[in-house]
Ligand binder design. Structure first.
Ligand code: ADP
Ligand code: MG
Length: 368
């Protein structure tokens, strides 16, 4: 697969009046391949939109280089900068960026008019784009007459009408209700299959990212933390942050003493798990509520503190040392409230104990 979007040491700094310099994007290196659906995932303020705007050419780099379809479009050192309209990208942003004073046809035709395409071809291409986004027959409607989903379809139609090789989507579904979001997700994938464009999709919603992506980049506070397939990110998160960002996490503070692992708050009963090399005395082990085994005969002895029936699972709260673990099981595994039980942690991940400084920096960034 050919490299389609390449970022080399891309850095963007902003200077803010109140908080000084912020490195919104810090030394990003990544390659998105042709035909791939690649997501930027991370909490608010981690640099997703800035990265997308750098690729689109709405922002200039502080440092580094961006290449699109084999052509360098931004390079700080060489003072090279190709404006957005010459980058050949399709774009859809979070807010319904459709022009309220133009009808559907004119909204979608706009990029073609800018390119100076003749009337006949514009008619043909707009019709085709509207058909592909289920907007047939709405040519003369105005955005205000349409639903949120339809308005976002106008934005999609306008993005595909020029037949771009790369489509940039910045939280395009986040203003829609959950059901519609799911439908639109499928529609975006369908359009991608049909037109074979590369997608860069920005979201802070882990399910959305996992459902739509071939690969994802998880970022935090202006840094790339991990790039991989959804399943690898879920199964082998490189740190606690990625672990907690994808799926539900159960973290247990543990203490290692005399070659044994103890849950913090209970130095009497060791946990039966192997200790990896290079651990500190205090560590955090991580697993998923649905990966913890609850049995009646072997493991860490405790009891059910609380049981809640949910539609698809039963959720138990179970003490371990001074902590309360959330355990999720299928309904067929039945324990009563107060009943004695045993817990097994299967292949947990190990991380260093919590880093308070990181948390403070995260809060600072979200306040801007
Ligand atoms: P995300 O899209 O992941 O929520 P952004 O890329 O919008 O994050 O922002 C990343 C960081 O850069 C944030 O700390 C944000 O406040 C800051 N930032 C973004 N745009 C500007 C700007 N124009 N001026 C100053 N700071 C900005
Ligand atoms: Mg954003």
């Amino acid at each position: 697969m050919a490299d389609q979007v390449v970022l080399r040491h891309v850095t963007k700094q902003f200077t803010t009046r109140t908080l000084g310099a912020i490195t919104a994007v810090n030394d990003f290196n990544l390659t998105v391949y042709e035909g791939e659906c690649f997501s930027f995932l991370g909490p608010s303020g981690c640099g997703k939109t800035t990265t997308l705007r750098l690729i689109a050419g709405f922002e200039d780099l502080t440092d580094g280089e961006i290449e699109l379809c084999g052509r360098v479009v931004s390079n700080k050192e060489k003072n090279l900068y190709v404006p957005p309209e010459e980058r050949g990208l399709g774009m859809v942003f979070q807010a319904f960026a459709v022009w309220p004073h133009m009808n559907v046809f004119d909204n979608v035709a706009f990029p073609l008019k800018i390119q100076g395409i003749n009337k006949h071809d514009i008619q043909k291409k707009v019709k085709e784009a509207l058909r592909n986004t289920s907007l047939d027959g709405l040519e003369s409607a105005y955005p205000s007459d349409l639903s949120g989903g339809q308005q976002q379809r106008i934005a999609l139609a306008r993005a595909i009408v020029t037949n771009p090789k790369v489509m940039l989507l910045d939280e395009p579904l986040s203003n829609l209700d959950p059901k519609l979001r799911e439908t639109m997700r499928f529609e975006i994938k369908e359009l991608q299959r049909k037109f074979n464009f590369t997608v860069i999709f920005v979201t802070h919603d882990q399910s959305e990212a996992m459902a739509i992506s071939d690969r994802m980049m998880v970022c935090d506070m202006g840094n790339i933390i991990q790039i991989d397939t959804p399943i690898n990110l879920y199964n082998r998160p490189v740190n606690r942050f990625v672990h907690s960002f994808l799926g539900e996490s159960t973290f247990i503070n543990v203490i290692i003493q005399d070659g044994k692992v103890y849950a913090k708050g209970n130095m009497e009963q060791a946990l039966d798990i192997p200790i990896p090399p290079d651990v500190d005395r205090e560590m955090v082990i991580a697993t998923r509520p649905n990966a913890i085994e609850l049995t009646r005969n072997r493991g860490y002895k405790t009891r059910i503190e609380k049981r809640t029936f949910l539609p698809d699972i039963t959720e138990y709260l179970v003490p371990m040392g001074d902590q309360l673990l959330k355990v999720q099981t299928p309904h067929r595994i039945k324990f009563a409230q107060g009943e004695e039980c045993y817990i097994n942690l299967v292949n947990p991940m190990w991380y260093p104990a919590e880093d308070k400084e990181l948390e403070t920096e995260r809060l600072r960034r979200q306040l801007i």
